[in-house]
Design a protein around this ligand. Structure first.
Ligand code: FRU
Length: 308
């Protein structure tokens, strides 16, 4: 009789032994596939995820950095699936090539939270990000209010194989539609400050007058400003960017380098929140849209203003 109950007793004792976690809590391993850590915004995203995860003693994070290499990021997702992690958070470099490995992870019943850059289709658990079309449109509307109808604009685009690049472009064009603003130079600077600087050098060489630069992120806007400053033309034009990190875009506005920056929240805390809900069996929405704020010289000291 006693023998029959012994295994049960061992299980109960094992379950109670030496854990600081709440009774019965299982440790969950969460894989985070980051497309690169070369940009301050992505370093902030990982820090936000880490800080949120550390509040839960039953979460263990495994961070992967694909160093801006799509093939490496595909391999990282496959590795996380092979390691049977309990959930995956992924901020993909490019939309199309990351769609398949993400779908495979999801089909292997691993919850997948896609953060900031969307993929195609619906084979993932939840997408979290701000509305890039709305941000781009707000940037366009902000510029059309500041500039006369015949003004010349340079658009420095983020990687156009990523959805935020496409949406920030489309949104901006809808914001300036019918205004007479002329986008006289546009280039893909792939989200990178050195590329933006180089593209801006070409724009400056080609255009004798530039009224504004719209860059899809703050590193791009700063790169453009550096090129204009080197040509002694930075006072000729307005510079606007997107991201609004406190130590980057917001600091540039305070220093008078940028005229406006639009916040692009990292969603790190929301990603952990969503993972916890999924792991505890709760339903989560397919899409979570984060808000944004605009920071200008007029409102930066008051903490900016929310986009309507
Ligand atoms: C960083 C970044 C941000 C931008 C986001 C878009 O890699 O370029 O500056 O807002 O990605 O996905």
């Amino acid at each position: 009789m006693h023998r029959i109950f012994l295994p049960v007793l061992i299980l109960i004792l094992a379950g109670c032994s030496g854990s600081s976690k709440p009774e019965g809590a299982k440790t969950f391993t969460i894989g985070m596939s980051q497309c690169n850590l070369g940009e301050p915004w992505r370093v902030q995203m990982n820090a936000d995820i880490d800080a949120a995860a550390k509040k839960h003693s039953n979460l263990k994070m495994v961070f992967k950095d694909a160093q801006n290499d799509t093939l490496k990021q595909r391999a990282h997702i496959e590795e996380l699936v092979s390691a049977s992690v309990d959930a995956i958070i992924v901020s993909p470099k490019e939309s199309q090539p990351l769609t398949e490995p993400i779908a495979k992870a999801y089909q292997a019943k691993i919850p997948v939270i896609v953060l900031d850059r969307a993929v195609q289709g619906d084979q993932f658990t939840c997408f979290i990000g701000a509305d890039n079309k709305k941000i781009g449109k707000a940037a366009g509307e902000w510029l059309r209010k500041k500039l006369g109808p015949k003004a010349t604009v340079v658009e420095l685009k983020g990687l156009m194989t990523s959805i935020p690049g496409q949406d920030r472009n489309q949104g901006f064009r809808s914001g300036i539609e019918g205004s007479g603003l002329n986008v006289a130079f546009e280039a893909d600077m792939k989200w990178l400050e050195p590329d933006a600087r180089k593209e801006m050098e070409s724009a400056l060489a080609r255009l004798s007058k530039i009224d504004a630069v719209y860059a899809h992120n703050d590193p791009g806007a700063h790169g453009a400003w550096l090129a204009a400053k080197a040509a002694n033309r930075e006072r000729e034009m307005l510079f606007i960017g997107i991201d609004a990190l406190p130590h980057e875009g917001i600091a540039y506005v305070k220093q008078g380098i940028l005229n406006a920056t639009f916040q692009y929240p990292t969603g790190g805390a929301e990603a952990i929140d969503t993972v916890l809900k999924v792991l505890s069996g709760q339903q989560v929405p397919k899409t979570i849209v984060l808000g944004s704020r605009v920071y200008t010289a007029d409102n930066v000291e008051q903490g900016g203003e929310a986009l309507p």
